[in-house]
Design a binder for this molecule. Structure first.
Ligand SMILES: [Zn+2]
Length: 464
């Protein structure tokens, strides 16, 4: 008896932290942030054990999801969860998010209002790395599914959740392997929704209404390598044209001749749908793009923020030549990074740049090219479901399709899905976007609760 009592007490002590952890969605997200599931470019630096601990935390926090649904760990650290629907004839829907986060830039940890991995809840906010990108996405989906399971919800359409563990360093070991597994199983989805869109509370074009940005396309990513080779030698007897001079002249032509502006479908649709909510003259300009498209595109190209929506952008990012101050190098190399509008391809970029460079002594090449998702339907299908879900939580929101100027895990799922969307239901300020991958990342508790409700509605409406 005297031995049993301490054992019971010990058992109670061990159990009690669990019941504390189950308090609220905000506290669960805060706890999730405390796991340092950091992706490093040098993969040997990644603490993979931390991902296992994070999985254990998810299992303990969302018992219905992990006990009632079909859960598979893919490539040790990614999660694939299937919720079978009652009607096998309906095409399933895919919800994705990623469990990894980017590191804190060295020397900036002290600039945070609360330490980046402390998971502090204060002033109505949840602070920490991953609060927006993208632990709220993983936890938000699980909160939604867990609560629907508790209510006894039975989807007609099968739903699948895929959570990768290395989105921030290409998704090679996470999303790519999840996709491979789904391919083996022969799954094909009507539509999917990933991170990469949100509700903006202070959009400069429509400051008094929430604007839900549902990204229906994303820009392509391409890096060209330019190499100039030629005569080198001693700097006391230099050639008339050095490799450095030759390459620099080519780069100057590239930088001063950007790709022409172009109004692509999703961007035009975004402006057209915002138009009716605006004052003149924007209302006229955005409502008559057939006439004003060129002027609007030129105006947008003046600001680096909006320029990326109307142009395949050009960024000179690397230049290497020379090893010694008195030696003329025989080789100079530069890299130029392009973000491509839908419709442009590596071939169109190479041919445009080759023509501009117009120098047979400069070789232009590229190593790899990731396939770019196509433009998803922005009238019916998944877009209609997402719109209805948003309207149920944000009744006065203006819901628009748009173009994501970054990349996400979606490109790994191109062949598995008909329509790919990027959207999560949190409400954020434009200034908050800078905290993603930066300092003082946080999410408002209310905003996170909204995101969970939007996710619930996307599941309820999407699974019909
Ligand atoms: Zn992300």
């Amino acid at each position: 008896m005297s031995r049993v009592l301490p054992t019971l007490l010990l058992a109670l002590l061990l159990v009690s932290p669990m019941s504390v952890a189950a308090a609220s969605p905000a506290e669960r997200l805060a706890e999730a942030i405390r796991f340092e599931t950091i992706s490093y470019q040098d993969r040997s630096q990644i603490d993979l054990a931390e991902f296992r601990r994070f999985h254990a935390f998810l299992r303990a926090s969302f018992p219905r999801v992990f006990q009632q649904l079909e859960v598979e760990t893919v490539n040790d650290y990614s999660l694939l969860i299937r919720w079978p629907g009652s009607d096998p004839d309906l095409q399933p829907v895919l919800f994705t998010a990623h469990m990894d986060v980017v590191p804190i830039e060295p020397g900036t940890a002290d600039d945070w209002e609360h330490p980046p991995f402390a998971g502090v809840v204060a002033d109505g906010r949840i602070y920490g790395r991953g609060a927006l990108d993208d632990k709220q996405g993983v936890l938000g989906n699980l909160e939604a599914a867990e609560s629907l399971l508790a209510e006894g919800f039975v989807p007609a359409r099968t739903m699948v959740f895929a959570f990768g563990h290395d989105e921030e360093i290409s998704g090679r070991d996470g999303a790519a392997r999840l996709a491979e597994r789904m391919r083996e199983k022969g799954w094909h989805f009507a539509w999917m929704v990933d991170e990469g869109g949100m509700v903006i509370s202070d959009n400069p074009l429509l400051p008094d209404k929430p604007v839900a940005i549902v990204n229906v396309a994303e820009k392509g990513y391409l890096t060209l390598t330019l190499v100039a080779t030629g005569e080198g030698g001693h700097s006391s007897r230099p050639p008339r044209t050095s490799t450095i001079g030759r390459l620099a002249a080519a780069l100057q032509r590239i930088e001063t001749n950007p790709f022409p502006t172009r109004m692509v479908g999703p961007v035009a649709a975004m402006l057209e749908r915002m138009g009716p909510h605006m004052d003149q003259p924007n209302r006229f300009f955005f409502g008559n793009l057939w006439l004003t498209g060129g002027i609007v595109a030129d105006r947008m190209s003046e600001d680096p923020m909006t320029n990326s929506y109307v142009r395949t952008t050009t960024a000179l990012t690397m230049f290497n030549a020379g090893v010694k101050e008195n030696v003329v190098p025989q080789r100079a190399e530069a890299k130029v990074n392009f973000r491509l509008l839908p419709g442009d391809t590596p071939e169109t970029v190479v041919s445009y740049i080759t023509e501009l460079v117009d120098d047979p002594g400069i070789e232009i090449s590229y190593d790899e090219w990731d396939n770019v998702p196509g433009v998803a339907d922005y009238d019916g299908g998944g877009f209609a479901v997402i719109s209805e879900a948003v309207a149920s939580v944000y009744p006065d929101a203006v819901i628009v399709p748009s173009l994501l100027v970054a990349t996400t895990d979606t490109r790994h799922y191109i062949d598995l899905v008909d329509d790919q969307y990027r959207f999560q239901g949190m409400l954020v300020k434009v200034s908050q976007a800078a905290s993603v991958h930066g300092t003082n990342e946080y999410i408002d508790i209310q905003s996170y609760e909204n995101a969970i409700e939007v996710a619930r509605q996307m599941m309820i409406l999407g699974a019909r």
